[in-house]
Design a protein around this ligand. Structure first.
Ligand SMILES: Cc1cc2nc3c(=O)[nH]c(=O)nc-3n(C[C@H](O)[C@H](O)[C@H](O)COP(=O)(O)O)c2cc1C
Length: 208
Protein backbone atom coordinates (compact mmCIF):
# COMPACT_ATOMS: atom_id res chain seq x y z
CA UNK A 1 0.00 0.00 0.00
CA UNK A 2 1.07 3.59 -0.52
CA UNK A 3 1.02 5.42 2.81
CA UNK A 4 1.55 9.06 3.73
CA UNK A 5 1.32 11.23 6.81
CA UNK A 6 -0.88 14.32 6.74
CA UNK A 7 1.58 17.05 7.74
CA UNK A 8 2.25 18.23 4.16
CA UNK A 9 0.29 20.55 1.86
CA UNK A 10 -3.48 20.65 2.55
CA UNK A 11 -4.12 19.96 -1.14
CA UNK A 12 -2.69 16.45 -0.80
CA UNK A 13 -4.96 15.70 2.15
CA UNK A 14 -7.96 17.22 0.36
CA UNK A 15 -7.35 15.07 -2.71
CA UNK A 16 -7.59 11.92 -0.59
CA UNK A 17 -10.58 13.14 1.42
CA UNK A 18 -12.64 13.69 -1.73
CA UNK A 19 -11.34 10.53 -3.38
CA UNK A 20 -12.10 8.33 -0.36
CA UNK A 21 -15.34 9.66 1.11
CA UNK A 22 -17.63 8.56 -1.71
CA UNK A 23 -20.34 9.08 -2.74
CA UNK A 24 -20.99 12.30 -0.84
CA UNK A 25 -24.48 13.76 -0.40
CA UNK A 26 -24.83 17.42 -1.28
CA UNK A 27 -26.42 20.16 0.83
CA UNK A 28 -27.31 23.19 -1.27
CA UNK A 29 -27.33 25.84 1.43
CA UNK A 30 -29.32 29.03 0.93
CA UNK A 31 -28.78 32.03 3.20
CA UNK A 32 -29.54 35.74 3.23
CA UNK A 33 -26.83 38.27 2.43
CA UNK A 34 -26.61 41.45 4.52
CA UNK A 35 -28.67 43.40 1.96
CA UNK A 36 -31.42 40.74 1.84
CA UNK A 37 -30.31 39.16 -1.46
CA UNK A 38 -29.95 35.38 -1.70
CA UNK A 39 -26.77 33.38 -1.38
CA UNK A 40 -26.68 29.74 -2.46
CA UNK A 41 -23.79 27.23 -2.45
CA UNK A 42 -23.36 23.44 -2.50
CA UNK A 43 -21.48 21.57 0.25
CA UNK A 44 -20.72 17.86 -0.01
CA UNK A 45 -19.05 17.55 3.38
CA UNK A 46 -22.57 17.03 4.73
CA UNK A 47 -24.37 14.57 6.98
CA UNK A 48 -27.30 13.92 9.30
CA UNK A 49 -26.41 14.01 13.00
CA UNK A 50 -29.53 13.51 15.15
CA UNK A 51 -33.17 12.52 14.54
CA UNK A 52 -34.69 14.36 17.52
CA UNK A 53 -33.74 17.09 17.81
CA UNK A 54 -33.35 16.84 14.04
CA UNK A 55 -29.78 18.03 13.43
CA UNK A 56 -27.68 18.16 10.27
CA UNK A 57 -24.08 19.27 9.77
CA UNK A 58 -22.03 20.56 6.87
CA UNK A 59 -18.48 21.81 6.53
CA UNK A 60 -17.36 24.97 4.70
CA UNK A 61 -13.57 25.21 4.34
CA UNK A 62 -11.64 28.48 4.27
CA UNK A 63 -11.66 29.54 0.60
CA UNK A 64 -8.35 28.41 -0.90
CA UNK A 65 -8.28 31.17 -3.57
CA UNK A 66 -8.53 34.07 -1.06
CA UNK A 67 -7.90 32.64 2.42
CA UNK A 68 -11.26 34.09 3.53
CA UNK A 69 -14.31 32.59 5.16
CA UNK A 70 -16.97 31.65 2.57
CA UNK A 71 -20.17 33.70 2.22
CA UNK A 72 -22.40 30.87 3.52
CA UNK A 73 -20.86 30.63 7.03
CA UNK A 74 -20.51 34.44 7.12
CA UNK A 75 -24.27 34.74 6.57
CA UNK A 76 -25.17 31.94 8.98
CA UNK A 77 -23.14 33.38 11.87
CA UNK A 78 -25.00 36.70 11.41
CA UNK A 79 -28.54 35.50 10.57
CA UNK A 80 -28.50 32.27 12.69
CA UNK A 81 -30.56 30.39 10.12
CA UNK A 82 -30.35 28.74 6.70
CA UNK A 83 -32.11 26.30 4.35
CA UNK A 84 -30.69 23.03 3.02
CA UNK A 85 -32.03 22.19 -0.44
CA UNK A 86 -31.46 18.73 -1.93
CA UNK A 87 -30.16 17.92 -5.41
CA UNK A 88 -32.10 15.81 -7.89
CA UNK A 89 -30.78 14.92 -11.32
CA UNK A 90 -32.75 17.53 -13.33
CA UNK A 91 -31.13 20.42 -11.44
CA UNK A 92 -27.46 19.35 -11.27
CA UNK A 93 -26.25 21.92 -13.80
CA UNK A 94 -27.95 24.76 -11.95
CA UNK A 95 -26.61 23.53 -8.61
CA UNK A 96 -23.12 23.48 -10.10
CA UNK A 97 -23.62 27.13 -11.14
CA UNK A 98 -24.23 28.05 -7.50
CA UNK A 99 -20.64 27.10 -6.62
CA UNK A 100 -19.29 30.06 -8.67
CA UNK A 101 -17.27 32.52 -6.59
CA UNK A 102 -19.43 35.60 -7.11
CA UNK A 103 -18.86 38.94 -5.38
CA UNK A 104 -20.55 39.08 -1.97
CA UNK A 105 -24.16 40.24 -2.37
CA UNK A 106 -24.60 39.05 -5.96
CA UNK A 107 -27.82 37.01 -6.02
CA UNK A 108 -26.93 33.37 -6.74
CA UNK A 109 -30.54 32.33 -7.44
CA UNK A 110 -30.45 34.77 -10.36
CA UNK A 111 -26.99 33.65 -11.44
CA UNK A 112 -27.99 29.96 -11.52
CA UNK A 113 -31.51 30.45 -12.92
CA UNK A 114 -33.16 29.07 -9.78
CA UNK A 115 -36.45 30.33 -8.34
CA UNK A 116 -36.56 31.65 -4.75
CA UNK A 117 -39.46 30.49 -2.60
CA UNK A 118 -40.28 32.05 0.77
CA UNK A 119 -39.68 29.75 3.73
CA UNK A 120 -42.20 29.33 6.54
CA UNK A 121 -40.02 29.58 9.65
CA UNK A 122 -36.80 31.26 8.50
CA UNK A 123 -36.02 34.28 6.34
CA UNK A 124 -33.60 32.46 4.01
CA UNK A 125 -35.38 31.38 0.85
CA UNK A 126 -35.84 27.87 -0.52
CA UNK A 127 -35.06 26.66 -4.05
CA UNK A 128 -38.35 25.94 -5.82
CA UNK A 129 -36.74 23.49 -8.28
CA UNK A 130 -35.32 21.36 -5.44
CA UNK A 131 -37.70 18.58 -4.27
CA UNK A 132 -36.71 18.57 -0.57
CA UNK A 133 -36.05 21.55 1.73
CA UNK A 134 -34.92 21.63 5.36
CA UNK A 135 -35.47 24.95 7.16
CA UNK A 136 -32.72 25.16 9.79
CA UNK A 137 -31.81 27.21 12.85
CA UNK A 138 -28.07 27.51 13.46
CA UNK A 139 -27.09 25.43 16.53
CA UNK A 140 -23.29 25.55 16.87
CA UNK A 141 -19.99 25.28 15.09
CA UNK A 142 -16.38 24.22 15.52
CA UNK A 143 -13.55 25.81 13.53
CA UNK A 144 -10.24 24.13 12.85
CA UNK A 145 -8.16 27.16 11.78
CA UNK A 146 -8.09 30.26 9.55
CA UNK A 147 -5.73 29.14 6.78
CA UNK A 148 -6.75 27.89 3.31
CA UNK A 149 -7.82 24.27 3.61
CA UNK A 150 -8.92 24.59 7.25
CA UNK A 151 -12.49 23.51 7.76
CA UNK A 152 -15.30 24.09 10.18
CA UNK A 153 -18.40 22.13 11.06
CA UNK A 154 -21.73 23.95 11.27
CA UNK A 155 -24.75 22.24 12.74
CA UNK A 156 -28.36 23.28 12.25
CA UNK A 157 -31.62 22.16 13.79
CA UNK A 158 -34.15 21.31 11.12
CA UNK A 159 -37.41 22.91 12.26
CA UNK A 160 -39.45 22.42 9.09
CA UNK A 161 -39.21 19.87 6.26
CA UNK A 162 -40.82 20.25 2.81
CA UNK A 163 -41.02 17.32 0.36
CA UNK A 164 -42.52 17.37 -3.13
CA UNK A 165 -45.60 15.13 -2.91
CA UNK A 166 -44.72 13.26 -6.10
CA UNK A 167 -41.62 11.83 -4.38
CA UNK A 168 -43.69 10.12 -1.70
CA UNK A 169 -44.79 6.50 -1.71
CA UNK A 170 -46.78 5.41 1.40
CA UNK A 171 -45.22 8.25 3.40
CA UNK A 172 -41.62 7.42 2.42
CA UNK A 173 -39.32 9.04 -0.10
CA UNK A 174 -39.03 6.87 -3.22
CA UNK A 175 -35.38 7.02 -4.34
CA UNK A 176 -36.26 6.42 -8.01
CA UNK A 177 -38.58 9.40 -7.96
CA UNK A 178 -36.17 11.57 -6.00
CA UNK A 179 -33.21 10.87 -8.35
CA UNK A 180 -30.64 12.12 -5.81
CA UNK A 181 -27.18 13.05 -7.05
CA UNK A 182 -23.98 12.83 -5.04
CA UNK A 183 -20.56 14.37 -5.41
CA UNK A 184 -17.52 12.40 -6.51
CA UNK A 185 -13.84 13.29 -6.81
CA UNK A 186 -12.69 15.97 -9.26
CA UNK A 187 -15.50 16.77 -11.67
CA UNK A 188 -17.49 13.62 -10.89
CA UNK A 189 -21.12 13.66 -9.83
CA UNK A 190 -22.69 10.32 -8.87
CA UNK A 191 -26.17 9.20 -9.94
CA UNK A 192 -28.20 6.78 -7.85
CA UNK A 193 -29.87 4.73 -10.56
CA UNK A 194 -27.96 1.52 -9.75
CA UNK A 195 -28.43 0.12 -6.26
CA UNK A 196 -28.38 -3.21 -4.42
CA UNK A 197 -30.56 -4.41 -1.53
CA UNK A 198 -29.34 -6.25 1.57
CA UNK A 199 -31.44 -7.48 4.51
CA UNK A 200 -31.31 -5.18 7.54
CA UNK A 201 -29.77 -6.89 10.57
CA UNK A 202 -30.63 -4.34 13.30
CA UNK A 203 -33.43 -5.18 15.74
CA UNK A 204 -35.09 -1.76 15.64
CA UNK A 205 -36.15 -1.44 12.03
CA UNK A 206 -37.00 1.97 10.71
CA UNK A 207 -37.63 1.21 7.08
CA UNK A 208 -35.98 3.57 4.63
C1 LIG B 1 -20.98 19.69 -5.53
C2 LIG B 1 -20.09 20.62 -4.77
C3 LIG B 1 -19.79 20.37 -3.44
C4 LIG B 1 -19.00 21.25 -2.69
N1 LIG B 1 -18.73 20.96 -1.38
C5 LIG B 1 -18.02 21.83 -0.63
C6 LIG B 1 -17.78 21.56 0.76
O1 LIG B 1 -18.22 20.55 1.32
N2 LIG B 1 -17.07 22.48 1.46
C7 LIG B 1 -16.60 23.63 0.89
O2 LIG B 1 -15.99 24.45 1.59
N3 LIG B 1 -16.82 23.90 -0.42
C8 LIG B 1 -17.53 23.04 -1.18
N4 LIG B 1 -17.78 23.33 -2.51
C9 LIG B 1 -17.33 24.63 -3.05
C10 LIG B 1 -18.30 25.77 -2.65
O3 LIG B 1 -19.61 25.50 -3.12
C11 LIG B 1 -17.79 27.08 -3.26
O4 LIG B 1 -16.59 27.43 -2.61
C12 LIG B 1 -18.76 28.24 -3.17
O5 LIG B 1 -18.25 29.33 -3.90
C13 LIG B 1 -19.04 28.71 -1.76
O6 LIG B 1 -19.99 29.72 -1.87
P1 LIG B 1 -20.24 30.85 -0.80
O7 LIG B 1 -19.01 31.71 -0.71
O8 LIG B 1 -21.42 31.56 -1.36
O9 LIG B 1 -20.55 30.18 0.51
C14 LIG B 1 -18.51 22.44 -3.29
C15 LIG B 1 -18.78 22.69 -4.65
C16 LIG B 1 -19.55 21.79 -5.38
C17 LIG B 1 -19.84 22.06 -6.83
Amino acid sequence: MKSFDTSGDFKDNYKFLIGSILPRPIAVVSTLNEDGTNNVAPFSFFTGVSAKPMIVAFCPLIRSSTGEIKDTPRNIFREKEFVINFVSQPIVDKVNQTSAELAYGEDEFLHAGLTPLDSEKVKARRIKESPIHFECLYRDHLSYGDEPGCGQIITGEVIKVHIAEELLDSGRIDTDKFQPVGRGAGNDWILSDHRIQLDRLMKAQIQK
